[in-house]
Design a protein around this ligand. Sequence first.
Ligand SMILES: *Cc1c(COP(=O)(O)O)cnc(C)c1O
Length: 369
Amino acid sequence: MTIPLTDITPLTWQVTTNPAPLPAAERAAVLADPGFGQYFTDHMVDICWSAKGGWHRPRVSPYGPIQLEPSAAVLHYAQEVFEGLKAYRHADGSIHTFRPDANARRMARSAHRLALPELPTDYFIEAIKQLIALDGDWVPDTPETSLYLRPFMFAKEAFLGVRPANKVAFYLIASPAGAYFKGGVAPVSIWLSEDYSRAGIGGTGAAKTGGNYASSLLPQAEAYEHGCAQVLFLDSAEGKYLEELGGMNVVLVYSDGTLVTPASDSILEGVTLDSILQLARDRGHRVEQRPVSLDEWKAGEASGDIVEVFACGTAAVVTPIAQLKSRDFSIGSADAPAGELTMLLRQELTDIQYGRTEDRHGWLTRLDA
Ligand SMILES: *Cc1c(COP(=O)(O)O)cnc(C)c1O
């Protein structure tokens, strides 16, 4: 089922341009206030996979509805994985993306867990370049905006039997994204999910798959009811250790400058987290990836040993956490300001992504050349 990542045949792309792309003036209006995930570019990519033929028929075509049989396996058994990364416009007009190889490898790991075929890294990056070749004008150029890239893969075989599908589709769509924090970065309150967990031991927590998100929606709704922006999940075995938010990893900063982030097999390995931790190490900070209990956070907050907490992920980059709320207690206070190191690391990472500072780790891939 796995196609080796070396020795892959180059793809021959079929390209069909959209006969009715959004007129430039209308596109400009969208890019002036894109929000998130509401508008889509003029084209999309798809690549077929079958058990017999492997990856084949890569194409770029006008963005539009997908035809699926009602019996398509994904609609019943959720055999699906996805990714999320961004294309950034630099001051000289060029277009870059950030660590796409890391997203490609993660998608392959997620696919493996969901018994889906692994898309070779080269195909993943080529798919992005093909889409940008036609839709590059959709990458906005105002500060903190980007074109969000959404690769996804699902079981399309028309079959209700329960087994890995023999027919799979990979797609890539793109959606312009505005600045996540419009009025400047604002610390958020998060809600502790005590009744629900996100993932269990041996489950799919480390895979980027829709099912994890489906199970987070009810606790997420509970968070909104309590005036919180996000949910924090604990480990499902003991309900003692921090895992992550619904779609972001979490980091605690100690007063001696140490950054601590939870380690567990059921946490999704964020590319943003990995990058932030690297930037912190570069600055001489100690970084620990180990189990972190809720009690440790409580005690650290009370003693003043924990001085900053933040969440990170591609969409919001870095979000300062002001407080954790739950039914019985809270940690921190809603009006706590954003942490100094939190904001520094956020600035440094976005400076690299937008080409405002040297890309010393070679994290950027140019897409428009
Ligand atoms: C995508 C995702 C993250 C963040 O990963 P990034 O690569 O930094 O965007 C964290 N947690 C979950 C559950 C996710 O799906």
